[in-house]
Design a binder for this molecule. Structure first.
Ligand SMILES: Nc1ncnc2c1ncn2[C@@H]1O[C@H](COP(=O)(O)OP(=O)(O)OP(=O)(O)O)[C@@H](O)[C@H]1O
Length: 770
């Protein structure tokens, strides 16, 4: 592909002229973007009105084309912000503009290089020591469609005239100083070299990214997903990418990042929603959460399933159409062995169990009837009679009942004999902690047990959408038909812009899938057995062994990006090291990378948070913070009303200081009921519980829901109580203290956590207000 020649610069053009030249180029790129949008829009309307014939195949072809143009339009509409943000000048005189997506002119001349393309890698990785054939890297700082500033890194001064070099505020600082909106934004223009190396790492294998708070782990994980979808489009568009986060608030916070990078086909799930159709509630007892999360639960669930394959104490007489036949203990035992020997899951092996029992009963009954009548008739009809007999059906169901995972798990914790049999080591006290009513809601910890049970129980009618099976014949038909449709539409594809054009193969494959699904993401999110091509796990320090087991099942190829900070672990069942978390599943075969720069929390706040964490026995790293700022403010109050008043007052002050920014109030769960209404009275219409609305400036959250989020200012309520929670308290407080980009307040009526007091006595340490 040829490069578009930019307006020639003279050696002496000044900064204003440089800005002007860049603006001309950028405007050209936007003009092309607008053209492509208009043409995609036209095509979409054309497809919707074109007659494709009346059959199912024709309709699905039209839908496939329409979906293609809809996706393309959504992609083109999503890249308006910072469409172009960089320029690379190479030693051989070439110039590439780097942007959010690849763009070409109508004549297939390249205008903008997609940030994920191989050649764009130098934009992020080149250093003075390793310039990667660049003489200069230029950052274009944008405000909407306007180029407002430029910033140059010159690697080879002999390659550029002095007067051509522009020194700006710093693209990174400009990005960091922008106001928080309540949604995470992409960092595509300012990805740092250590982040870029991880983003562009190969697809295969398990890659763990450890980093302290604010080191960009979430940002890196999401940009890596976008990179992998670009680099391995064919494979991942079909198999899908799953992104797992700790809470619904967190998913809400990050959900705009990938669409803004032009990627919409990922499945996002919180840990509570990993099992289709179930939303796990909080497991309130930390001991119960821990017990349900260990790998010993694999045996417990296996025993719970085996207990549903019963052999009666003694034989039983059954009525079949007025005749009596004995179902003996030994027959049931034999049938159970035969069924188990099939190796099939419970619900599927039941067929064998039933067959063996019915066959033997039919034989016995036939012999008896023949004996009585003195004949030797063929009585094969008896099998059907037996299957129809109510008594036989009841007996078979009692012995080997088909079960859903929900039934198995609910009954395991509702019926003491099932629980004691499946987990014989439990004490009486433990059994009573675990027991609950059969209709009690399923918890987050139960979600992994459901998945385990589903594996052992196998298909039940409600087990999810079946998408597998022999598709070859259907595929061939769909491909032939797609080919014809493609020819009919070929004209329309020509003006879609070079980088956006789909090949015949891609389109054929895309179309061929239409009868089965609309997107892989849609199919995958409702199918427990879907095998994803890649899984991204954020805040991965929180995962229990049983949750890891679920995720490993979701990606049999074991292609994972795992990001987290072991020190921030707050769940009762979290592992203490990455080795401990992953060893049962991948042994030592995972790559560990570390991020070392904190882009969020000002240094004095990060230092105070680290001191408190260390005083509580956590091992935390010391990333260097990019921001400086004010130390945390400690507010100690009397108690009761004094506490809510103090919180309301601090929040009020911050709202004024921030003029438009966000305040996060992190509060122990049991205080939400008193603090939230007080805030709402003081600031009507401005308070939201959790992260879910853009028009609220105050978010009140539990420490768990605050994981992964960030605010301009944060008020932590009763930090000492948060730290004292037996379920990961110190980790939760560390999370809460590291959420602000500007200021932190710690408000408490019951003293402050250790580490902070000591810190308060040191010079330059947190200020103390009484
Ligand atoms: N290269 C970068 N350029 C601009 N902003 C960045 C960069 N890297 C990270 N950030 C910003 O820093 C903040 C923290 O990033 P992120 O949430 O990804 O960190 P994290 O390591 O996941 O944090 P935590 O573990 O505390 O949840 C975000 O606002 C993010 O956009």
């Amino acid at each position: 592909m040829r490069e578009v020649k930019c307006v020639e610069e003279s050696a002496s053009v000044g900064e204003a002229r440089q800005l002007d030249l860049e603006q001309q180029y950028v405007s050209r790129a936007y003009h092309r973007l607008d053209e492509l949008r208009a043409s995609s829009d036209r095509e979409l309307r054309r497809v919707r009105t074109t007659q494709f014939g009346g059959g199912h195949q024709a309709r699905s072809e039209r839908d496939a084309f329409a979906t293609y143009y809809e996706d393309r339009l959504a992609q083109l509409n999503s890249v308006d912000e910072r469409l172009v943000f960089g320029r690379l000048d190479t030693t051989d005189g070439d110039r590439h503009y780097v942007g959010r997506l690849g763009l070409a002119t109508e004549d297939h001349e390249r205008l903008v290089l997609d940030w994920r393309a191989r050649e764009a890698g130098a934009f992020y990785q080149a250093t003075a020591a390793s310039p990667m054939d660049l003489v200069r890297r230029r950052h274009l700082i944008m405000d909407s469609r306007d180029v407002t500033a430029l910033e140059d890194d010159v690697f080879d001064p002999s390659g550029v005239a002095d007067t051509d070099v522009v020194h700006g505020e710093g693209a990174l600082i400009a990005a960091l100083n922008s106001e928080r909106t309540g949604r995470m934004t992409d960092i595509v223009a300012t990805i740092q070299a250590e982040q870029d190396r991880i983003i562009r790492a190969p697809l295969s294998g398990v890659r763990v990214v450890q980093g302290g708070p604010g080191t960009g782990k979430t940002a890196v994980a999401l940009h890596r997903a976008a990179f992998l979808l670009y680099e391995h489009r064919e494979r991942l568009a079909k198999s899908g990418v799953l992104i797992v986060g700790p809470s619904a608030s967190f998913l809400w916070y990050i959900e705009r990042v990938l669409p803004a990078l032009g990627e919409t086909g990922v499945v996002m799930s919180s840990l509570a929603d990993l099992y289709p159709g179930v939303h796990g509630t909080v497991e309130t007892d930390p001991w119960v959460a821990r017990w349900k999360s260990g790998l010993h639960m694999v045996d417990v669930i296996a025993r719970a399933v085996a207990d549903r394959q019963k052999v009666p104490e003694k034989g039983q007489w059954l009525d079949v159409d007025g005749h009596r036949v004995k179902l003996s203990r030994s027959l049931v035992s034999r049938a159970r062995e035969r069924a188990r020997a099939t190796g099939k899951p419970h619900n599927e092996a039941r067929e064998t169990f039933v067959k063996v029992v019915v066959k033997e009963l039919a034989q016995t009954l036939g012999e008896e009837l023949n004996e009585k009548s003195g004949s030797s008739m063929d009585r094969s009809y008896l099998r059907e009679d037996l299957r129809q007999s109510r008594e036989v059906r009841v007996a078979l169901n009692l012995l080997w009942l088909p079960l859903t995972p929900q039934q198995l798990v609910s009954q395991l914790f509702a019926k003491e004999h099932y629980l004691r049999s499946a987990a014989p080591d439990l004490t009486d006290e433990q059994v009573s902690r675990l027991l609950r009513p059969a209709d009690a809601p399923l918890t987050v910890a139960d979600v992994a047990l459901l998945d385990e049970a589903a594996e052992l129980l196998g298909d039940f009618e409600s087990a999810g959408i079946k998408v597998r099976g022999d598709r070859s014949l259907e595929d061939r038909k769909a491909q032939e038909s797609a080919q014809k449709a493609l020819e009919a539409m070929a004209e329309g594809f020509e003006d879609i812009g070079a980088q956006g054009v789909v090949t015949v193969e891609q389109l054929t494959a895309f179309n061929a899938e239409a009868p089965h699904r609309v997107t892989a993401a849609e199919a995958a999110s409702s199918d427990r057995t879907w095998a994803y091509g890649h899984v991204v796990v954020d805040e991965a320090q929180e995962l229990s062994p049983m949750q890891w087991r679920v995720l490993m099942r979701r990606c049999p190829l074991k292609s994972f990006t795992v990001v987290g900070d072991i020190a921030q672990a707050g769940s009762a069942a979290a592992s203490a090291t990455w080795q401990e978390a992953l060893e049962p599943f991948v042994g030592e075969r995972f790559a560990l990378e570390e991020l070392t720069v904190n882009y969020r929390t000002p240094q004095p706040i990060a230092d105070a948070a680290a001191r408190v964490a260390r005083a509580a026995g956590l091992t935390v790293s010391d990333p260097t913070a990019v921001r400086d700022g004010e130390p945390p403010v400690v507010v100690e109050v009397a108690s009761g009303v004094g506490l809510t008043d103090a919180v309301v007052a601090r929040v009020g002050e911050e709202l004024e200081r921030l003029a438009g920014g966000l305040v996060g109030v992190v509060c122990p769960g049991d205080l939400l009921a008193s603090v939230a209404p007080a805030l709402d009275r003081a600031h009507p219409g401005m308070v939201a519980a959790g992260m879910r609305s853009l028009d609220r400036r105050i978010m009140i959250l539990t420490p768990w829901d605050a994981k992964g989020l960030e605010f301009d200012s944060v008020v932590v309520v009763e930090p000492r109580r948060i730290a004292a929670d037996p379920a990961g308290g110190p980790g939760n407080l560390y999370v809460a203290m590291t959420r602000p980009t500007q200021r932190l307040y710690l408000v408490g009526a019951h003293g402050m956590p250790a580490g902070l007091d000591a810190a308060a006595e040191q010079p330059g340490a947190p200020g103390l207000i009484s």
